[in-house]
Design a protein around this ligand. Structure first.
Ligand code: SUG
Length: 448
């Protein structure tokens, strides 16, 4: 059996991080609309998480931010002239769309793509399908730069395949790894891939949420599994409980997280909990391991507390000693019910015996916790060598990036600041320098 490690690729927060209330169905994004953000602090909080986890010998890398504002979007909808004129007109006539063009949402790399490691795929290469994110305007263009970035980092076609995003239409709503969980005996062994969806386009009788949108469809999940050449015996489709979506659980990673053979989830996560567990058990048995469910009852942690603390938007990291650490946002320590639950969890003698918490408040205020900020990519040793090395987190890279953030990022961004043409110029220069730091020349369209 091949040995493999799980790399976490965190999204480096971009210089235009702001609160524009763009994500209907994401409670935090809506509640913080038009508040003042601090992009510098946001980026430093994210870098600190990367530094600490790398220092603990967890394999850590990053994906760079996207260029903002997204002039392609603004020009596509009729704003013309010089860049400064485009911004001025958009600000006057469609400020909400200018905010979309400025969103730093690519920081949540759990939504960048879905990844199937080589142990699971028919051609024994690692497959990526870029997510179309078509449910929200501000995220619907991300696939263009995400595809380019993934090809720059995982360009070696002997090992990697990067698929284009699925057709950008509601039938194929795809939000990437946030709705995908891989369970296995160990990272290098063949695994079970679970796809969680919120609605079915071509079954009018299938249950669906009423209040908030379901962003992921079954049809999209099936298409990704097909593209990746997954084995049907080790692929599970599970429907998210529609009521949880209506309570603000806009991605499955807000209510469940799995790693190794452990599935940590809330009682209300799935439409049919028993069937999901049965399918996982059966599929995992064929890989020589058994499922370890860690179920959180609503009586212990209510759905509302789970959503506000982001308990399940945590990272489950396997340590060499076989136990797991749970990486949670600081909000979990501040919520009494959740803090009490977590104390019991680590003392229970179960698979999770350590908590690591981070202050990620800037991202959390837009509905992005530790798990949203990272994309998991399981890589064999050969693959880890074949990928671009400049994005791997080291002390030296961390120090360079902190200095770069300190030099370029603003510590305050209010909604009207997006109209300032100097902001666009700043971001241009900032990202140009970043590509030198990361050794990724020509990463952005403006550099070609
Ligand atoms: N759960 C995962 N994996 N990702 C969280 C993504 C948060 C993101 N928020 C935003 O896009 C808010 C942007 C704003 O309102 O300015 C979203 O809703 O898509």
């Amino acid at each position: 059996m091949t040995t493999a490690r799980e790399f976490n690729f965190d999204g480096l927060v971009g210089p235009s991080h702001n609160y524009a209330g763009l994500s209907f169905g994401n409670v935090a994004s809506f509640n913080n609309v038009k508040s003042v953000s601090n992009p510098k602090q946001a980026a430093l909080q994210g870098l600190e998480k990367m530094r600490v986890l790398a220092s603990r010998s967890f394999a850590q890398a990053l994906l760079p931010p996207h260029h903002r504002p997204n002039f392609r979007l603004l020009r596509n909808i009729g704003f013309g002239g010089s860049d400064a004129e485009v911004i001025a007109r958009a600000h006057k006539e469609a400020p909400a769309i200018l905010a979309c063009a400025y969103s730093a949402s690519p920081m949540w790399t759990a939504n960048a793509c879905t990844v199937s490691p080589c142990a699971d795929t028919a051609d024994a290469r690692t497959h990526f399908t870029v997510a179309n994110l078509n449910n929200k305007l501000h995220r619907s263009y991300e696939h263009v730069q995400t595809g380019r970035t993934l090809r720059a980092v995982f360009g070696d076609e002997a090992h990697f395949v990067v698929h284009e995003a699925l057709p950008s239409t509601p039938a194929f709503g795809d939000e990437g790894a946030a709705n995908h969980t891989r369970l296995c005996a160990n990272h290098g062994a063949p695994g079970v891939e679970m796809f969680v969806y919120g609605r079915v386009e071509f079954d009018p009788n299938a249950p669906a949420p009423r209040r908030f949108p379901a962003r992921q469809t079954l049809e999209a999940s099936q298409a990704v599994a097909r593209l990746h050449g997954l084995d049907g015996r080790r692929t599970v489709y599970a429907q998210q409980a529609p009521e949880t979506i209506d309570c603000g659980v806009f991605h499955n990673d807000v209510i469940a997280v799995g790693s190794g053979n452990v599935l940590f989830y809330h009682q209300n996560a799935f439409l049919d909990e028993k069937s999901v567990l049965d399918q996982l058990r059966q599929a995992l048995a064929a890989t020589g391991t058994s499922l370890q469910p860690v179920r959180v009852d609503a009586a212990e942690v209510s759905l509302a507390d789970a959503v506000s603390s982001y308990l399940f938007n945590s990272q489950l990291l396997s340590r060499p000693d076989g136990k797991m650490a749970l990486v949670v946002p600081q909000e979990c320590r501040e919520n009494q019910a959740v803090a009490r639950y977590l104390q019991g969890l680590v003392a229970s003698g179960g698979p999770i015996d350590e908590l690591i918490s981070f202050d990620l408040r800037q991202s959390m205020r837009n509905g992005g916790g530790p798990a949203c900020l990272r994309l998991r990519v399981v890589l064999t040793e050969a693959e880890a060598v074949a990928m671009h090395q400049g994005v791997i987190m080291t002390d030296a890279l961390h120090a360079r990036l902190v200095a770069w953030v300190e030099k370029h990022y603003r510590d305050r961004l209010a909604p009207d600041d997006l109209a300032d043409p100097a902001l666009a110029d700043e971001i241009h220069a900032t990202l140009d320098e970043l590509t030198t730091i990361l050794g990724l020349p020509g990463l952005y369209e403006f550099q070609r």
